[in-house]
Write a new protein. Structure first.
Length: 198
């Protein structure tokens, strides 16, 4: 994603504690402002971004309010702030309970409801806060959760690390996508749309 922005002429940057060591595009590595570390601990970089985007970040951080405040400070006045995070108020969590696929990742430390995410963004000083539920994010969540429920045993690499688990999850994807169109609470992801006050 950063490469597409870079190719369009944008100045790009990123922060992550470990993924910046894995498969980063060479042009992004050479021209981007990349910081190894935790989002909530990012020092003031003087970067003023038109868009600050966190893709499945908030569920991993120890201080989500601080992370949202850092995102606010990174945005230029009037700049957009977007975050994707698992929906702790989605129907699949109710249905699958502890077998919900989003619980498989031990680095997930918290989940938000639409209301708690809205309140957190407002508490961090963001304005024009809106929460949506993208229909096509994490399309294998339902299938992977079903595999976790039926298998009854943890797998070292996760349920999608086995061919049968992956095949079962993929097979349910079209059904999950269709169902999500009619029932937004089936969607396992929340998207925060907000901006820094101008």
């Amino acid at each position: 994603m950063l490469r597409r922005f870079l190719d369009a002429g944008a100045r790009v940057g990123g922060v992550d504690p470990d993924q910046l060591q894995v498969g980063v595009d060479p042009a992004v590595r050479a021209q981007g402002e990349l910081h190894a570390g935790f989002a909530e601990e990012l020092p003031d970089t003087g970067f003023a971004a038109d868009l600050v985007y966190g893709i499945h970040v908030l569920e991993h951080v120890t201080d989500p309010l601080r992370t949202l405040a850092v995102a606010r400070d990174l945005a230029a006045p009037g700049g957009a702030v977007r975050f994707l995070t698992p929906a702790g108020d989605s129907y699949p969590l109710d249905w699958f309970g502890s077998a919900w696929w989003m619980l498989e990742d031990p680095t997930h430390v918290r989940f938000f409801t639409a209301e708690s995410l809205r309140r957190a963004a407002q508490a961090a000083g963001l304005v024009d806060v809106r929460i949506t539920r993208p229909p096509l994010d994490s399309l294998m969540t339902e299938g992977a959760s079903l595999v976790r429920r039926l298998s009854g045993r943890p797998r070292p690499g996760g349920v999608l690390s086995s061919r049968p688990g992956l095949a079962a999850a993929l097979a349910t994807t079209p059904v999950a996508a269709a169902a999500r169109l009619g029932a937004p609470r089936l969607r396992p992801t929340l998207q925060l749309h907000a901006r820094r006050r101008g």
